[in-house]
Design a protein around this ligand. Sequence first.
Ligand SMILES: [Zn+2]
Length: 228
Amino acid sequence: MTCLKGNRVTTLYPQNLKCAICGAVAEYTQIGSTSTFGSPDLDTRPPEMRRSTMFAWVRRCPECGYCASDIGQATHRAAALVRSPEYARQLADATYPELANSFMCKALIEEQSEDLAAAAWSLIHAAWACDDAERDGPARACRSKAVDMVGKALDSGQRIADQEGAQTAIQVDLLRRAGRLDEASELIWRQRPGIGEDIILKVLAFQERLIERGDLSCHTIAEALADD
Ligand SMILES: [Zn+2]
């Protein structure tokens, strides 16, 4: 399948893959290539076309419900988790859209294997899936879980972004959009003295204005840089 938008292209193709847990072979979508044009959101969500390829970032086995980016690999512990009632509940949680549940199940597996940074990103992706389904409450719940996981990742010495300032900017946006405005303000206040990058400082100043207005909605990095 090829999606055309202007002169930009995303190439998707089907691929048969075998689940490492139950052995079921199913067809999944593989992203051949994609491009982006425009500004990422404040939480780094990419613009189109990459934005619309999110459904292919996680694969869910139709037989056993294993959710992973690489369905062909699994640890023994992951296999046990996938068969647990906790996992089954998350997989079928009607509070969330199906794609968000896939990302949240992927996060459970990553958390179990102590890749807390990966789990945080999967929870952020779950929030984006809720955004696309226009499920505001569940989106806030995912961001709240995501920012708590970011905290756990940082506490255990893992990084969620290369730059220190970028990590703070992502945490602030998650807190703001989760409606945890006091915590977002406090984090800016605490971290700002250690941040040198001009772009990050502009983003944080923009976040402060959004927090003052009680604005919980999505904004882009370009907006932050244009707003003085
Ligand atoms: Zn399976």
